[in-house]
Write a protein that binds this ligand. Structure first.
Ligand SMILES: Cc1ncc(COP(=O)(O)O)c(C=O)c1O
Length: 389
């Protein structure tokens, strides 16, 4: 039996490796503090759970759902976009339900990349942008996200010949893993670039609502001309604590949505209607849990930023996402530092190299444990000798 080349070209999924190390440490009896995975620790709001309970009992939800999402779900998305960003969307042609945004992100490459085509992807970045390109036999072209550029790609540095051959570009703000944000002027530059080189822009907007200190994220689609060139991927996962429910959506350029739909109609058969009804409740029901969560994350962020700064780091508080992107100590590689932390303190973090070569020299921590546990993590770092290594 011989697997396809594309399987061999994919590095092991980063979080699977971390999980393995965690299991080994647990077996050794270590009290693990897991700051490695970006999965909200708070439950899905009750109104959404109640809606699922009710919907699941109705036989009308038990058959195959429409491929592209129910009319009600797409309508709810269009309504939410209008309310939140003042962006008009045609629910029939410019909205599509996804089995979590990861599913759509992975599939968009199949819709746009032919063998030998280039994708322009951020590094560090969500790993699926690279693997999605490789699965389509394309070439990922790296756009470095550097601290000195506020973790925005420098579009002027993209090789002219590559830009001519590129089919799509991914951007992601608020950003995983750097927690950076982007403003409309950046999106305007991106639209100009996309028009010049005739490429599709894919904006991964999974963290749109996870924002702090009065910051509000702009949608890429708010910028003039954006819908001519781009789509936005969105998720209910982080916004409504629904990671396990697997529901998200893509919105924007109708040709791109239609191309994605051709891939999807041939690979999956939509999302359980009861989950879509719960999704409608999430998008159209009370929104106060978002603010409540953001207050929780703000407090946790402050604990970590203040605590690490007392230990010698020099970090600015991030305005969005439940991640903190931290330089390693004493020029240690991200893997060395991650392993040292696990060994000496029982803390799991994610090594920056897992997000690409420009993630080297950093680790990412996720603010997905409570303040007490974060204080405990800081104490362990202080008392473990890690700082003296
Ligand atoms: C940047 C980014 N995009 C997309 C996703 C996928 O989210 P989901 O598939 O749960 O919608 C994640 C999940 O962690 C993410 O960090």
């Amino acid at each position: 039996m011989k697997t396809a080349q594309r399987i061999q070209s994919i590095p092991p999924y980063l979080f699977a490796e971390i999980d393995k190390k965690k299991e080994e440490a647990i077996k050794r009896g270590v009290d693990i503090i897991n700051l490695g995975i970006g999965d909200p620790d708070q439950p899905t709001p009750n109104n959404i759970i109640e809606k699922l309970n009710e919907s699941v009992k109705s036989p009308n939800t038990h058959n195959y759902p429409p491929y592209e999402g129910t009319a009600e779900f797409k309508q709810a998305v269009a309504h939410w976009y209008k309310e939140r960003f003042s962006v008009n969307l045609d629910p029939h042609h410019e909205v599509m339900a996804l089995i979590g945004s990861k599913e759509g992100i992975a599939h968009i490459f199949l819709a746009f990349i032919d063998p030998g085509d280039f994708s322009l992807i951020p590094d560090p970045g969500y790993p699926v942008y690279k693997t999605g390109t490789l699965f389509s036999n394309g070439f990922p072209y790296i756009m470095p996200l550097l601290e000195e550029n506020d973790f925005l790609p420098n579009l002027d540095e993209i090789d002219e010949e590559i830009a001519q051959r590129a089919k799509l570009m991914f951007i992601n703000y608020p950003n995983n893993p750097t927690a950076a944000i982007a403003d409309k002027s950046f999106y305007e530059k991106v639209v100009k670039f996309a028009k010049k080189y005739d490429i599709l822009i894919c904006h991964d907007f999974a963290y749109s609502e996870m924002v702090f200190d009065d910051y509000k994220a702009n949608s890429f689609l708010e910028v003039e001309g954006a819908k001519d060139v781009g789509i936005e991927f969105h998720s209910l996962s982080k916004t409504y604590n629904m990671t396990g429910w697997r529901i998200g959506f893509a919105v924007g350029n109708k040709e791109a949505i239609s191309a994605l739909s051709i891939i999807k109609t041939n690979t999956d058969s939509g999302i359980f209607k009861a989950i879509q009804q719960a999704g409608v409740e999430a998008l159209t029901g009370p929104q106060n849990n978002i603010e409540k969560m953001n207050q929780i994350y703000t407090k946790r962020r402050d604990v970590i930023i203040n605590g690490l700064n007392k230990l010698g780091w020099n970090l600015k508080p991030n305005k969005a996402t439940f991640y903190v992107w931290i330089p390693t100590l004493k020029n240690m590689s991200s893997i060395e530092f991650t392993n040292l932390l696990l060994e000496k303190t029982g803390i799991i973090v994610t090594p920056g190299i897992g997000y690409g070569e420009y993630g080297e020299g950093y680790i990412r921590i996720a603010l997905t444990v409570d303040e007490k546990r974060l204080e405990e993590a800081l104490n362990r770092i202080k008392n473990s000798g890690v700082l003296q290594e």
